[in-house]
Design a protein around this ligand. Structure first.
Ligand SMILES: [Fe+2]
Ligand SMILES: [Fe+2]
Length: 296
């Protein structure tokens, strides 16, 4: 009998809990911050709550600087300042992003799945998505940045199965199939399905769940602009070999269905010269290296 979707996911997650102990979980303070924001709590309350976890607070300030530095040149040194400049919704997204930096390993992993590579890719996607949103004047409240960091979260689970993950990577090289398809073949589920399972356990906001679930098929997303933007950034990072999907190497981002989804939402984008676009993206890839400073 064929194994059902949920049986496959249960098997994958149960295997992790058996071998590697615990699944990562978001710090409690993140849920408290989300709750305060929903209740329209005053900014100082939110700031004090985040500061209850000093390591998290300093990472939020670090991310806030990445989010503003290209627009104003001012440096944010304090959380209150970050909240005033960026607003609560952005700080919410940045707190989630900062939590990931805190709970996932910065390096190490298994031979087939290295966290150094996960972060280089995640940072590139976050930065390209953030830069593009800014250039085309789309305000996504920082969710494009958090979305970039979290989109491939499912791979941090699949990657713990070293032998299987290696086999998926080999399938990409040998049979030229996208990694997402190779994962389905090897594991019975791909990193989007696994990621959504984790994102729901974490109670992530719906927009971020949407990114995790649909970044490989943005037309299905509930928030197609956000998801297509992250996918375009994902495609570009992979095309420049900052990612695991070798089938996208040197490919043109405008070939991806996400590009049409994005152009239909932001028609100005379709008029931008390809060279100009590449210039934007390359600048973002350089800026993404700044992330490594946050990863210490
Ligand atoms: Fe992905
Ligand atoms: Fe990705």
């Amino acid at each position: 009998m064929e194994e059902t979707r949920s049986a496959i996911l249960d098997r994958i997650f149960a295997g992790i809990e058996r071998t590697a102990g615990k699944l990562p979980s978001l710090p409690h303070v993140v849920f408290e911050v989300m709750k305060l924001i929903l209740e329209d709590a005053p900014m100082p309350h939110i700031a004090r709550k985040i500061e209850g976890d000093p390591e998290l607070a300093s990472r939020v300030v670090g991310l806030a600087n990445l989010a503003i530095v290209r627009t104003s040149g001012n440096k944010i040194t304090h959380l209150d300042q970050a909240l005033t400049i960026l607003g609560v919704r952005k700080i919410n997204a940045l707190t989630i992003g900062a939590s990931l930096l805190k709970i996932l390993p910065i390096k190490g992993g298994t031979p087939a799945f290295r966290f150094e590579k996960y972060w280089a890719h995640a940072a590139a996607v976050a930065e390209v998505a953030r830069g593009l949103a800014q250039r085309i004047n789309v305000n996504l409240d920082g969710e494009e940045l958090a979305g970039g960091l979290v989109h491939d979260i499912g791979r941090t689970i699949l990657g713990r199965y070293d032998k299987e993950f290696k086999r998926a990577i080999e399938l990409v090289a040998k049979e030229k199939k996208p990694l997402v398809a190779a994962e389905r073949e090897v594991f019975g589920a791909d990193h989007c399905e696994v990621g959504v399972h984790l994102a729901r356990k974490w109670n992530l906001p719906e927009n971020l769940v949407d990114v995790v679930e649909y970044h490989h098929e943005p037309a299905q997303a509930r928030n197609p602009v956000l998801v297509a933007l992250v996918r375009v950034a994902d495609f570009y990072a992979n095309s420049r070999s900052v990612g695991l999907d070798a089938t996208l190497k040197d490919r043109d981002v405008r070939e991806d269905p996400a590009w049409s989804v994005l152009v239909s939402q932001a028609p100005r984008l379709g008029e931008i010269e390809p060279e100009r676009l590449t210039e934007w993206f390359e600048k973002s890839l350089v800026a993404a290296r700044e992330f490594t400073k946050l990863l210490r």
